[in-house]
Design a protein around this ligand. Structure first.
Ligand code: FAD
Length: 448
């Protein structure tokens, strides 16, 4: 269906819009560029106009206009998603939420924010009363809370608190529907799961209540190891050490640390490394553990200097891929979850089996009460066929892969969309306007 831009522009009068094609094209992008498979598939996909609501009232107006003219709607925060989640497949209106950046309130243990608030901004304000975000993606400086909840999975802090989808990591939210007469729906308790990680297909999130954790002074530490499996086992043991408070345990096999230019002097060529964020009171217990695994502490930055120099969090999670790609653009990545096994046998198997083609990057996090090892392995990409072969091999051996090389929700980490989310979708988006084309079951529904 062709979209009459004049009609839309007139209808949006009074609300900030961007129609300049170059800017619209820019705001139709995200970081799917990490995937050589997604790039050609999403090339040239752009919206028709960007609208930037300043408050919920304006979101309601935008929703009414889009429903009236049956225009596709792609909501975006900062556009740092990795799977083309906010690339519009069928043009239409891009709803940029970044002007809605009010922190409504912060109380001990919980904050209420508008969806466009940047994670770092909330963290800063929460710290003033001794609290902080429980977990942030490594993009915390730019990413929005709405985008993290709708498109992210976890990150720095997940070693303590688990993943975003875990019960308790999102307390409440409200969404604007895409009905003829849009409404604000408020969800609390388990009902929040109807919108959690829904990739912007289940209503426009306007506000959220996010639980906070106590703010610790976080020291940053690099430990180097001659042996990769010693580094991995050290990570698992530190993860399991419940008395030690930590926020990050990332393990990098050689040559990955060589991609981190700013840290080169702390990581000699050929060694493997662990990047850690540990609460300062727990630091004294660290050297003993490091020694037990034959490691060496090569860098230690006290919490007081957190604002100075490189921040280790910005080398971990998917920032590792970012740094590697600035050196070699043929590198891409996997997202995987290894079965709980304290001997890390499958990690060891994959490490040797693929050698330099799949470079090991491990992130430890909590899942269902257990410290689990995830992989964001770096892959030296050759062909899509080979990439799929690598993925299939992992799956056959029992490693779960959340494929980052697809923009279809069910083909990624989700596998199936929760029936409750689907029921909610039918109610809030009766015309199927929200981020169309991103879900298999919804595509089938629209066709039938
Ligand atoms: P966007 O990319 O703008 O949007 C993401 C999804 O949410 C889209 O589907 C969009 O439609 C939807 N959405 C956005 N706002 C709303 C709203 N208000 N209402 C409804 N739907 C909405 N992710 C992690 O989980 N952990 C990581 O550690 C991590 N590291 C990363 C490192 C790099 C270098 C990069 C490029 C990405 C990384 N990501 C990571 C992915 C991404 O940065 C995060 O998920 C981030 O939180 C997304 O926020 P955003 O504001 O950029 O969302």
């Amino acid at each position: 269906k062709t979209i009459d831009l004049d009609i839309l522009t007139t209808a949006f009068a009074g609300i900030e819009t961007i129609a300049d094609p170059a800017q619209v094209a820019k705001l139709s992008q995200d970081y799917h560029t990490f995937s050589p498979v997604l790039v050609p598939k999403l090339e040239g996909k752009v919206g028709d106009i960007v609208v930037r609501p300043a408050n919920e009232e304006e979101v309601l107006k935008v929703a009414a206009i889009c429903a009236k003219y049956r225009v596709p709607v792609t909501v975006r925060g900062a556009g740092t998603g990795n799977y083309g989640q906010c690339v519009p497949l069928h043009g239409g209106v891009i709803v940029d939420m970044t002007r809605m950046d009010q922190i409504v309130w912060v109380k001990p243990g919980v904050a209420r924010v508008e969806a466009g608030v940047k994670l770092a901004a909330l963290d800063k304000q929460a710290r003033e009363i001794g609290w902080e975000m429980r977990m942030t993606p490594s993009t915390y400086r730019t990413a929005t809370i709405g985008g993290f909840i709708a498109g992210g999975s976890g990150g720095i802090g997940s070693i303590q608190y688990g993943l975003l989808g875990d019960r308790g990591n999102l307390l409440a939210l409200q969404v604007v529907t895409l009905e003829d007469e849009p409404r604000v729906i408020k969800l609390r308790g388990d009902d929040v799961q109807k919108v959690n990680h829904a990739w912007g297909i289940n209503g426009i999130i306007t506000q959220l209540e996010i639980p906070l954790g106590p703010a610790y002074p976080w020291a940053e530490v690099i430990v180097t190891f001659e042996d990769f499996m010693a580094a991995a086992k050290f990570g698992q043991t530190l993860g399991n050490a419940d008395g030690m408070i930590k926020k990050l345990i990332a393990i990098f096999a050689s040559p990955i640390p060589q991609y981190f230019h700013a840290l080169q002097q702390y990581i000699p060529e050929g060694v493997h490394s662990a990047f850690l964020m540990v609460a300062e009171p727990s630091l004294e217990s660290l050297p003993g553990l490091v020694q037990q695994y034959g490691g060496q502490i090569s860098y230690e930055k006290p919490a007081q200097e957190a604002g100075k120099g490189p921040h280790l969090a910005e080398f971990a999670w998917n920032h590792t891929t970012l740094h590697a790609r600035t050196v070699d653009t043929s590198i891409t990545y996997l997202q995987s979850m290894f079965p709980a096994d304290t001997n890390l046998q499958l990690v060891e198997h994959m490490y040797h089996y693929f050698g330099d083609e799949v470079m090991m990057h491990l992130e430890f996090f909590r899942a269902n009460g257990k410290v689990t090892v995830g992989g964001l392995q770096l892959v030296r990409y050759t062909t899509e066929e080979r990439l799929n072969e690598i993925i299939r091999y992992h799956e056959k051996q029992g490693v779960q892969i959340a494929n980052p090389h697809t923009y279809i929700i069910e083909d990624g980490g989700r596998k199936v969309i929760d029936p409750e989310q689907l029921k909610f979708k039918e109610m809030v988006d009766p015309y199927g306007l929200m981020n169309p084309g991103k879900s298999k079951v919804l595509q089938l529904k629209i066709k039938s």
